[in-house]
Write a protein that binds this ligand. Structure first.
Ligand code: SF4
Length: 336
């Protein structure tokens, strides 16, 4: 079926997702490479994207790395293979550039667990607190925050503030509790969580550890406290990847979204990576939001330059302040 560009664009704008047929004889890897060059586009992909998307990306990273890349790119178009709040962050940092997301429905349960009107009311109950928000939140929450953080820099950012500074931490209660524990702070926590990191089964992981006593168990701080307690190493996605590259151990049970195993395996082909099992019938834990993006949608997104992230300018300016603060603090602290 051939679809003319105007119809295709209207379809994309109306539906917010890409469902057009693609000529099956096309080599999508080649086509995507050609389109990127032709349109001066950069493809930023999160570690949780499917392997095919990671393999065609110009940069693969976690939230902090992707925000840095988005800040410094000179491309005309940013295609963000990740979820909505990530593409939104790229747009906040690059208002003059076209920012595309292969599937506009790629949301985030953690971001959704913190609606701006409810958070605003919560914040008003704590007028003497500053707000540190994890980057996994909407532009509306960023606009209500003083500093943004990622799991790569949250601990150092909190530690750099005066000890008597009162802080609200949003939206992830597990990451907030972990930072409270490791810094000795008593931040007020918003009660949000990520569905992917909350669903790990302690019982199944414990059994897996018994079956693989040689394996080191590594976990993302968005996991629940009970899972973190049995972890040998806790860190952001990038820190987990580095740990597996630098560690003398050869086998790892990985408690975070399973997409990162692709980069772990690529950089350490002789090591063994076992995804930590969730509390359901699956053997690994995929983020259903991240996995809405596919190579086909990525190709169509580049071809038709849709769906595009658009944002109210006043909201963008407000939301940019705490991101800029994070990037400045991260530089001062020597994290980036
Ligand atoms: S893994 Fe969790 S925090 Fe990340 S996009 Fe998916 S739901 Fe959101």
């Amino acid at each position: 079926m051939s679809v003319d560009i105007t119809t295709a664009k209207l379809n994309l704008e109306r539906n917010g997702f890409l469902d057009l047929e693609i000529d099956p004889s096309l080599d999508l890897f080649d086509e995507i490479a050609k389109l990127k060059k032709e349109k001066k586009a950069v493809l930023l992909a999160h570690y949780y994207q499917e392997p095919d998307i990671q393999d065609v990306a110009d940069y693969i990273g976690d939230s902090l790395g992707l925000a840095q890349q988005a800040e410094k790119t000179d491309a005309d178009i940013i295609v963000f293979a990740g979820v909505h709040f990530m593409a939104e962050t790229a747009k906040i940092l690059n208002p003059a550039k076209k920012v595309l997301l292969p599937d506009l429905n790629a949301g985030c349960s953690l971001s959704d667990s913190c609606p701006p009107p409810l958070f605003k009311a919560f914040k008003e109950k704590h007028p003497d607190h500053i707000v540190i928000s994890y980057i996994n939140c909407s532009a509306g929450i960023k606009a209500l925050s003083d500093i943004i953080c990622t799991s790569s820099n949250a601990k150092q950012i909190v530690e750099s503030l005066p000890k008597d500074q009162k802080i609200i931490f949003a939206p992830d209660k597990n990451l907030g509790a972990y930072i409270n524990k490791t810094t000795g702070r008593n931040m007020v926590l918003w009660n949000g969580a990520c569905m992917v990191h909350e669903i790990f089964s302690l019982e199944k992981i414990t059994k897996l550890k018994e079956r693989h006593p040689e394996a080191k168990m590594i976990a993302h701080p968005e996991c629940e406290e009970a899972v973190l307690q049995i972890a040998d190493f806790i860190g952001s996605t990038t820190q987990l990847l580095k740990y597996t590259q630098q560690s003398g151990f050869n086998s790892f049970i990985v408690a975070t979204e399973a997409g990162i195993l692709h980069q772990m395996q690529l950089s350490s082909p002789d090591k063994i990576f076992i995804p930590a099992p969730p509390d359901n019938a699956c053997a690994c834990n995929d983020c259903p939001h991240m996995k809405l993006n596919t190579l086909e949608k990525l190709y169509l997104c580049l071809k038709y330059e849709q769906p595009e992230i658009l944002m109210d300018e006043e909201l963008r300016i407000q939301a940019k302040k705490p991101i800029t603060k994070m990037l400045e603090m991260s530089r001062e602290l020597g994290i980036i």
